[in-house]
Ligand binder design. Structure first.
Ligand SMILES: NC(=O)c1ccc[n+]([C@@H]2O[C@H](COP(=O)([O-])OP(=O)(O)OC[C@H]3O[C@@H](n4cnc5c(N)ncnc54)[C@H](O)[C@@H]3O)[C@@H](O)[C@H]2O)c1
Length: 389
């Protein structure tokens, strides 16, 4: 096995270009091409990083000798490009969401499973870089370790994904059913939904309430409230919007052993001396409460956006069999939670999971067909992605 993987980036926009820049600083990857359907962008980035420009992914696959790709195109194309790459035995790191709907996610996983018949070591990775963040890793370890005891409720208020009208106007595909397949839940929240399922698993029942274009001139959702139910009795809430400022990012997890809150960079655990389920049965008086004390939980965080860490892990998974931090087949879970919230809201009913993909895909096709929204694209200046994570 060579000591460098021949890699290319497909889609050279806000996210693809930082990926190219990261690759250019890494010693386990060689950039063998960049690809964008916008010729000027591809030529410009190829010249800047001294590589070859391609304008369609198939000629990149045919001519570059590429072994691995990063897909950073708008979401619908993640599926088309990944399926073709797997058919040719190429390793795939896809941007989030892995797909727009469950049926597309299943197609990608099936193509990867097929490719594994020829090369059992073929890698399918997703850009869920928030999994590398020290605070989320600490929360995951506290839950897995049973520190909170039996879980009762997890409420995530994630309303600090603020976006202006200019953001939505900056790209023709953004915030349209045909171009993106959704709004805040599809574009900003895949990270949070992925973390939610990573911590707690996929809910068994989902009820969603979404409003379309409530605060922005867009046809997709910009405000969401969801209610999750688990067979083990845990309930969850997920609230998001792109219109609140200053907005909140507060994850509150309640277990029988107390309350864990992560907000503003601080992780506080209020620990019950006696677990609630024991105390509420055994307390001698009606208004007694378990004794509790506060503890600030320490964690270490690398402080980086994290994409480079995922790319490095992808390369090392190919070269040395390193364990993936974000296996892409798990990406179907956040896609399913997204689709269930949306479908629940459209159909005004609770959705049982796991769900089949056909109903949401059909709904999406109806929305695309019935769309009367006229998108006015007004290009903005260069985007600093660091303010977006
Ligand atoms: N992980 C993160 O932190 C993060 C942050 C932002 C965006 N993203 C994801 O990255 C993807 C791209 O988002 P963006 O903001 O960079 O979009 P963008 O519009 O800035 O860039 C997309 C680029 O893809 C090109 N393109 C479109 N179809 C193509 C195709 N078939 N082949 C080759 N090039 C094609 C476009 O010309 C454009 O240059 C989305 O899926 C988004 O969710 C991830």
């Amino acid at each position: 096995m060579a000591d460098k993987v021949k890699i290319a980036v497909i889609g050279l926009g806000n996210m693809g270009v930082p990926h190219v820049r990261d690759i250019s600083t890494m010693d386990n990857l060689t950039l063998v091409g960049v690809c964008d359907t916008d010729k000027a962008k591809a030529d410009n980035i190829a010249a800047q990083f001294k590589t070859t420009a391609y304008y369609d992914y198939k000629s990149l696959f045919d001519k570059s000798g590429v072994e691995a790709i990063i897909i950073a195109t708008p979401h619908y194309d993640h599926t088309i490009i990944a399926v073709e790459a797997f058919a040719r035995g190429i390793h795939v790191l896809t941007e989030k969401p892995i797909a727009v709907h469950v049926n597309d996610a299943k197609k990608m996983i099936a193509a990867w499973e097929d490719a594994k018949k020829k090369n059992p070591k073929i890698i399918f990775c997703a850009m869920f870089m928030q999994r590398t963040y020290g605070f989320w890793q600490k929360i995951k370890s506290l839950i897995d370790n049973g520190d909170l005891g039996k879980l009762m409720r997890a409420t995530w208020i994630i309303t600090d994904w603020y976006r202006t009208q200019q953001y939505y106007d900056s790209g023709g595909w953004r915030a349209t059913w045909a171009g993106e397949g959704g709004g805040v839940l599809m574009n900003q929240c895949p990270h949070n939904l992925d973390l939610y399922q990573w911590f707690f698993g996929v809910p068994d029942r989902v009820t969603g309430f979404v409003t379309l274009g409530k605060y922005h001139n867009i046809e997709v959702e910009d405000e969401v409230t969801a209610y999750f139910e688990y067979k083990n009795g845990m309930v969850g809430h997920f609230l998001t919007t792109t219109a609140e400022a200053p907005g909140t990012n507060r994850l509150e997890i309640i277990g029988e052993n107390g309350k864990l809150v992560y907000e503003n960079g601080k992780m506080l655990f209020t620990q019950n001396r006696i677990p609630v389920f024991k105390h509420l049965k055994e307390a001698a008086t009606g208004f007694d409460k378990p004794e509790a004390w506060n503890c600030e939980i320490p964690y270490k965080h690398h402080g980086q956006p994290g994409h480079r860490i995922i790319i490095d892990n992808f390369a090392n998974a190919i070269l040395k069999g390193e364990k993936l931090l974000a296996p892409a087949e798990q990406g179907i879970n956040s896609v399913m939670m997204n689709n269930a919230i949306m479908l629940s809201s459209f159909e005004k009913k609770t959705i049982d999971l796991p769900m089949q993909g056909d109903a949401f895909e059909a709904k999406l096709k109806d929305l695309i067909k019935g769309s009367k929204f006229k998108k006015e694209v007004k290009g903005g200046g260069p985007v600093n992605m660091n303010s977006s994570f």
